[in-house]
Design a protein around this ligand. Structure first.
Ligand code: SAH
Length: 212
């Protein structure tokens, strides 16, 4: 137990996600163990266990729990050791991943969000996460290669640097598009890249350019 009164609410959320097609028990367990209210402003805490995206300030959102769980399932398929997340935001996706992979690196371009996310993960005793304030279009070269990269904002086009930072056999999970976006899974093989469309999604944009 971690002292949050809401753990049964998180367990209920995990049950709801299993009803909408999330099958990986490791992912459902991580959702059940993670108090999503900690990642929201107090005024929104009562909505924390609904299966919806919610505002986190600075024009950004905490993603819908279903899509967090779905992307985490995709990341886990190849049992990755080192994972890179682009778009730390509230830190909720990072907290779920940190429970399931040995090493997580996460990049965010808005400093205030990064600071809050770091505090939240510390509070949950998750210490296997490295944080970077930077532009996710550049990935995080000094820690590459990664077994998986997950991007939690929609890129107008595929950032080439990210596939370069994948290990052979690694996968990039990324929403691509503007008004209409698709979640793509791109696997790096010995001979090149293999691309698969997972499903239609709706994310805030992956900003291309200077830091906030
Ligand atoms: N994974 C987050 C989702 C946050 S929304 C969560 O669980 O809450 C997407 C985040 O991507 C925002 O915080 C936004 O600031 C960040 N972002 C957008 N463009 C970025 C870029 N180029 N580099 C790094 N972060 C970026």
């Amino acid at each position: 137990m971690n002292g949050f009164a809401s753990m049964t609410a998180a367990q209920n959320l995990a049950r709801k996600l299993s009803e909408v097609g999330i099958c990986d028990h490791r992912v459902l367990q991580a959702v059940a163990q993670t108090p999503r209210e900690l990642f929201l402003d107090g005024a929104l805490a009562h909505k924390a266990y609904e299966n919806t995206a919610l505002p986190i300030g600075q024009g950004q959102t905490i993603s819908q729990p279903y899509i967090v769980a779905r992307m985490t399932e995709l990341v886990l398929q190849s049992n990755p050791s080192k994972v890179l997340e682009i778009g730390t935001g509230s830190g909720y996706q990072a907290a779920i991943l940190a429970r399931l992979v040995p090493q997580l690196c996460t990049v965010e371009r808005i400093k205030s969000l990064q600071i809050q996310a770091r505090q939240r993960l510390k509070r949950l005793d998750l210490h296997n996460v490295s944080f970077k304030y930077g532009d996710g279009w550049q990935g995080w070269a000094s820690k590459a290669p990664y077994d998986a990269i997950i991007v939690t904002a929609a890129a107008a086009s595929l950032p080439p640097v990210l596939t370069e930072q994948l290990a052979v056999g690694g996968r990039l999970i990324i929403p691509v598009g503007e008004a209409h976006q698709n979640l793509l899974q791109i696997t790096r093989t010995e001979t090149g890249l293999h691309q698969e469309i997972i499903e239609a999604v709706r994310f805030v944009p992956l900003v291309n350019g200077e830091l906030a």
